[in-house]
Write a new protein. Structure first.
Length: 256
């Protein structure tokens, strides 16, 4: 029996739909589902501590990518290559929450004291700089010197952890010069003690400071005992008195 052309067309379409549906059902059993990429979230981080290694910059056990970081060295812009192991720095940056990758945006180094060595005690591994007792141990990193080759009269720059107002645990010591030369700037940071507004003197640790001719940058505050400051001088010690040319109010944690 011959089928009409219309019926043949209908049966052909029916067969095509069955084949097509079967193929789709088969494909559904092998469907690949692609998850969307995870959302990258970050949190801000600020840390203060000594540099323990490079490659990037490693401090407090955190490995910071420093490729795009702004580096400040004692208030002036520098480079990562200016930093040294043992320097105590404040690092601001971000951390990716899903990977833990840390990126530094700002690295700030400010030394604690820079000045003349007035005493060296080899028995307890310490030296005195601008009234501060600087303690040295096996973790102290030295640059351009060793503890054994330091001498009274040398100019050194020290980065250190606080033990008290008068005692610092050195993490990095650099010898800047063998002796004081005209134009050498000396500076020390600490809390003002024994303020005498008549004689215009105060102490930082055991260092007597004369501020008669000093410029004051105190952010509209008044000079007072307990204020944390950075004081500086372009003169050598005068009868063991540091004659200041500048006093700046500082933040102990931020201005590292």
């Amino acid at each position: 029996m011959k089928l009409s052309i219309r019926l043949q067309y209908f049966l052909a379409m029916l067969l095509f739909l069955q084949i097509f549906t079967g193929c789709n059902d088969n494909d559904s059993n092998h469907r690949v589902i692609i998850d969307p990429p995870p959302v990258q979230t970050t949190f801000d981080l600020v840390t203060v501590g000594p540099i323990s290694a490079f490659g990037s910059v490693i401090s407090n056990g955190i490995d910071f990518n420093s490729d795009s970081a702004v580096v400040m060295i004692n208030g002036e812009q520098g480079n990562v290559s200016d930093l040294r192991i043992g320097m105590i720095v404040s690092i601001r940056g971000t951390v990716l929450t899903n990977t833990g990758v840390a990126t530094a945006t700002e690295i700030n180094y400010v030394d604690d004291v820079e000045g003349i060595i007035t005493n060296i005690n080899t028995e307890n591994n310490s030296l005195t700089v601008l009234g501060r007792t600087i303690l040295v141990d096996e973790l102290t990193a030295f640059e351009e010197t060793t503890f054994e080759t330091l001498a009274i009269g040398n100019i050194v720059q020290v980065s250190a952890q606080w033990r008290s107002q008068e005692r610092l645990q050195a993490t990095h010591i650099e010898r800047k010069a063998n002796q004081y030369m005209v134009g050498t700037r000396m500076q020390v940071k600490g809390e003002i003690e024994g303020l005498d507004t008549v004689l215009q003197r105060f102490n930082i640790g055991s260092q007597i400071c004369d501020y008669t001719g000093a410029t004051l940058q105190l952010n509209d505050a008044t000079l007072t005992n307990g204020m944390y400051v950075e004081v500086s001088s372009m003169m050598s010690l005068q009868d063991n008195i540091l004659v200041l040319d500048q006093i700046q109010a500082r933040d102990r944690d931020r201005d590292r």
